[in-house]
Write a new protein. Structure first.
Length: 136
């Protein structure tokens, strides 16, 4: 049992150490080559777009709750029992999907929340290297 918890901790530490964006936030961008920095900028852009897409889907999922409640009122006004039960069961499912999805997205893209700062660090390092190269 001790090995299980130790291995889980080691895997977590290794996963965090392999995240280039966290490394840039912690130590800066000096240890990366210029080619890697350009590649990381492209990766950052795609991850920001993906995070935006996931947040949009989560917003639609959370907003569906209001739709299910409104549809429930409609079904109650026409006295359609099957629709009432269906919409009453789908409203909590939408809320649960929104909460679980938000937690998972925030956990998976935790470093991307600071994308502007990461981008600024990378661009400053590339500009510094460009100025240093023009001296010679």
């Amino acid at each position: 049992m001790k090995d299980f918890f130790l291995n889980r901790q080691l895997e977590r530490i290794e996963r965090e150490a392999n995240d280039d964006f966290r490394m840039i936030l912690s130590f800066g961008a000096r240890c990366y080559s210029t080619k890697e920095l350009h590649h990381l900028l492209q990766q950052l852009g795609t991850k920001v777009e993906r995070l935006s897409y996931y947040r949009r889907i989560l917003l639609i999922t959370g907003g569906a709750t209001a739709f299910w409640i409104a549809l429930n009122f409609l079904f109650q006004s026409i006295d359609f029992q099957a629709g009432i039960y269906l919409t009453l069961s789908l409203a909590p499912v939408s809320i649960a999907a929104f909460i679980i999805g938000t937690l998972l997205v925030n956990r998976r893209y935790s470093a991307i929340k600071q994308a502007h700062q990461i981008e600024r660090i990378i661009v400053e390092e590339i500009d510094r290297r460009r100025k240093d190269a023009s001296i010679f």
